[in-house]
Design a protein around this ligand. Structure first.
Ligand code: TEU
Length: 553
């Protein structure tokens, strides 16, 4: 297995809007990030992934880019960016930019031209189709509800938008589009950035026949078979790699709906020269019921374990995994996979131990290092996320019980992860002196960075301990992984080992005491290295949400 910096580094993901506001306008910005670089460094982080900071009308908070080479003035513009990059490199931190190349904003110059006329030179930068019997060209539905096609009055044709109607899909079939994209990637490489997270990269090659999906009620199947993994996806990624990426020492991680165990390795197989890593969602959609995200089911621990075990096996020889339990698109990990009330601290630390003892590159989402939790705003008007609002309006139109639906929003909204970072117990959790664009979670007075800095047993200091341990013990990065108890519904137990050392990780994912005697773990021949509960446990049993990292003699 080849060893590289991006396999060993620990990544910290920043959603800039919610990180730290330096101006008082209620929106987080680049100077706010600069202000916190020493904090990030103090965690033991090596790499920062920044969600989009380009010029954007913010229909989807920056995932709708109107100028790929300009930094948004809201965030401080290019001067702030140069200072950030410089400040990071001086501290030995690497920067991964988020690139949204499947679609642009409808306010991008390309689209403004494209919509003007059918023979405009930019027409084929996007997908335009005539109506079908006065209806959209096919039955495709947008990720954010409603048809994926919008009729444009100027030429009376429809354009494709798999996300909001302000995010028209770019036509990668057009060599000119690919050239523009290569040029953008090259621009940022030359600026000195260290990598890219490529948004919905699995969607860039479309089925040009645009057939109706035969599974209108099974969105996951429609995505996998019709939107994602198109016939030219690997050709395009390979070309991007050959012509630009391969000339720089950078890391790439492609994000993608529709990426699964059948096709995942092809994106990252080191013999193919495409991407270094991917984000799949097998564990992140694990609580989606038949009706999708707003039809949630309980998380099954055996299924959860199987996702990690299957992917480890799939990627261990020729690929490399991405280990994450949350990001800006999902509920908070401690609220989803842990227990954010009675066992908040224990379960947040247990999840930290899980993240930092699996094979793959670890991604930590801002605020998870202090155990930030889901929020429950009292009314829909408090929410901002386009996906949440789309689902809300759809439910409303269907005549659903909206009091019940608000409870689902509390559980599932992407805004759960987007509430401002809780720095201290002053106004707005120290995020902003102004009016935050999204309300701060009220629990900031008890859950915040400052309080945890002062507590040696805090979640924050446990993250520091786990990151330091991982970096000092490369067996946690490269060592073999073996799950001991795939079927158990309460405990997640696995080994990490190489020729020289062997570790046992025991995680109690339940609110009750669990015993391990029946498992033949040979615990007598191991010593406890790290535990998430300070008081010693004299018995061979695991207390609720107890996590132990043990080393065999
Ligand atoms: O997300 C893609 C994606 O798969 C999400 O739409 C996901 O299905 C959903 O959020 C789960 O609730 C990426 C970005 O991470 C997201 O923030 C953007 O909104 C989206 O692409 C469009 O660019």
């Amino acid at each position: 297995m080849k060893k590289t910096w991006w396999k060993e580094g620990v990544v910290y993901q920043i959603y800039p809007r919610s990180f730290k506001d330096s101006t008082g306008n209620g929106i987080g910005d680049i100077y706010g990030i600069i202000d916190k670089l020493d904090y990030i460094k103090s965690l033991g982080i090596d790499i920062i992934w920044l969600c989009p900071i380009y010029e954007s009308p913010n229909d989807d908070n920056g995932y709708d880019i109107s100028d790929y080479k300009a930094i948004s003035e809201d965030f401080g513009g290019s001067e702030a960016f140069d200072k950030l990059l410089d400040g990071m490199h001086k501290r030995g931190l690497k920067l991964v930019m988020d690139l949204v190349l499947n679609h642009s904003s409808d306010e991008h110059d390309w689209f403004k031209e494209s919509r003007k006329s059918k023979d405009n030179p930019y027409r084929d930068y996007y997908f335009w189709k005539p109506s079908k019997n006065d209806n959209p060209p096919n039955n495709w539905v947008s990720f954010f509800s409603g048809s994926a096609w919008k009729r444009d009055a100027i030429t009376d044709e429809y354009f494709l938008h798999l996300f909001t109607k302000k995010q028209p899909d770019l036509n990668w079939e057009n060599p000119k589009v690919r050239k523009e994209i290569h040029n953008i990637v090259e621009y940022w490489c030359k600026k000195g950035v260290d990598g890219f997270r490529m948004d919905v990269i699995s969607l860039i090659s479309k089925n040009l026949d645009f057939p109706d999906s035969p599974y209108p009620d099974d969105y996951g199947k429609t995505i996998k078979n019709y939107y994602a993994n198109g016939s030219k996806i690997h050709q395009y990624l390979h070309q991007l790699n050959r012509e630009v990426l391969s000339r720089y020492d950078i890391m790439t991680v492609g994000e993608g709906p529709g990426i699964d165990l059948d096709n995942g390795l092809d994106y990252v197989n080191e013999d193919r020269n495409e991407l270094n890593m991917i984000f799949h969602f097998d564990h992140m959609f694990i609580d989606n019921g038949p009706g999708g995200k707003y039809d949630p089911i309980d998380v099954s621990l055996p299924k959860f374990k199987k996702v990690f075990s299957d992917w480890d096996k799939k990627l261990k020889d020729k690929g490399w995994g991405s280990i994450f339990l949350g990001n800006h698109d999902f509920s908070r990990m401690v609220s989803r996979f842990g227990n954010d009330s009675t066992y908040h601290t224990e379960s947040a630390k247990l999840l930290a131990m899980l993240l930092l003892t699996l094979r793959g590159t670890v991604y930590i989402y801002q605020g998870d290092e202090i155990g930030m939790t889901n929020v429950a705003y009292p009314k829909i008007e408090d929410y901002n996320d386009v996906e949440t609002l789309g689902s809300w309006n759809e439910a409303l139109a269907k005549g659903e019980d909206m009091t019940e639906f608000l409870k689902l929003v509390h559980r599932q909204s992407r805004d759960n992860a987007r509430t401002p970072v809780q720095w201290n117990s002053t106004k707005n959790g120290g995020f902003s002196l102004g009016n935050p664009w999204l309300k701060v979670n009220e629990n900031y007075s008890s859950i915040n960075v400052e309080a945890q800095e002062n507590d040696k047993n805090s979640i924050l200091n446990f993250y520091r301990k786990m990151i330091a341990f991982r970096k000092a013990n490369k067996v946690m990065v490269y060592g073999d992984y073996e799950c001991i108890n795939p079927e158990d519904t309460n405990l997640f137990i696995y080994k990490r080992s190489n020729e020289k050392e062997s570790y046992l990780i025991i995680l109690n994912f339940s609110n009750t005491i669990q015993t391990v005697d029946h498992l033949n773990l040979d615990i007598e021949h191991s010593k406890l290295v790290i535990s998430n509960i300070e008081t010693l446990n004299p018995k061979n049993e695991l207390r609720p949400w107890e996590a132990q990292l043990r080393q065999y003699n």
